[in-house]
Design a binder for this molecule. Structure first.
Ligand SMILES: [Ca+2]
Ligand SMILES: [Ca+2]
Length: 202
């Protein structure tokens, strides 16, 4: 009888041991300060920040930080914070707040690497000079634009802008960005979003 009790207790302990969850190593996080890779007065580095997937294949996700004061977005390694891509306005307009917003938008060109959307909402005070129709690039830049860059190469893939002839109110397209899976990139503005066109149609 005594042996049976000991045997039962031992079996119970074994079952408890087997049912206990396996120990899981706690995730290790570290906080690092990331400075502007190209320090400049009023660069506004860090106005926008976005987490990204792994772009360089080291198994660690990347991040992007915008500096709309200098019209730059830096895509940086999550492992060592080195700069992987420096994104700029393909049309070299300045003062249009390129980098005011940034988001990862998934893989849009099928190469398996996430793309990066960047907002450039245009002039702070918005009201552009007379544009006419179709509006020239300079007017679209004042009204606001959104760009999509390849995550693997940093090359510009697409951009979106207001193609209407309305010139009284600025739209600030690109103030915020939201990924919509395989639908596209949703662009929001403070007034209206009335159209888009690709660089090839400019
Ligand atoms: Ca990585
Ligand atoms: Ca891609």
């Amino acid at each position: 009888m005594h042996h049976q009790v000991i045997k039962a207790v031992a079996l119970t302990c074994l079952l408890v041991g087997l049912s206990a969850p396996h120990p899981v190593a706690p995730a290790v996080y570290r906080i690092v300060q990331v400075d502007n890779p190209e320090p400049a007065t009023e660069a506004l580095f860090g106005t926008s920040v976005a987490g990204l997937g792994d772009l360089d294949g080291d198994g660690i996700g990347e991040f992007a930080a915008g500096a709309p004061g200098t019209n730059r977005v830096y895509v940086m390694s999550g492992a060592d914070q080195s700069v992987i891509h420096t994104l700029q306005d393909p049309y070299a307009f300045t003062g249009k707040r390129f980098g005011y917003s940034v988001r990862g938008v998934g893989d849009m060109n099928g190469d398996g690497i996430e793309e990066i959307a960047v907002g450039a909402p245009g002039n702070i005070w918005g009201i552009p000079s007379a544009c006419g129709y179709p509006p020239p690039l300079e007017c679209l830049a004042q009204l606001g634009r959104v760009f999509v860059f390849s995550g693997s190469t940093g090359d510009s893939l697409l951009w979106y802008g207001d193609t209407s002839s309305v010139t009284v109110y600025a739209n600030y397209i690109g103030t915020t960005l939201a990924p919509l899976g395989d639908v596209n990139v949703l662009c929001t503005s403070s007034s209206a979003n009335r159209g888009s066109r690709s660089p090839s149609s400019s």
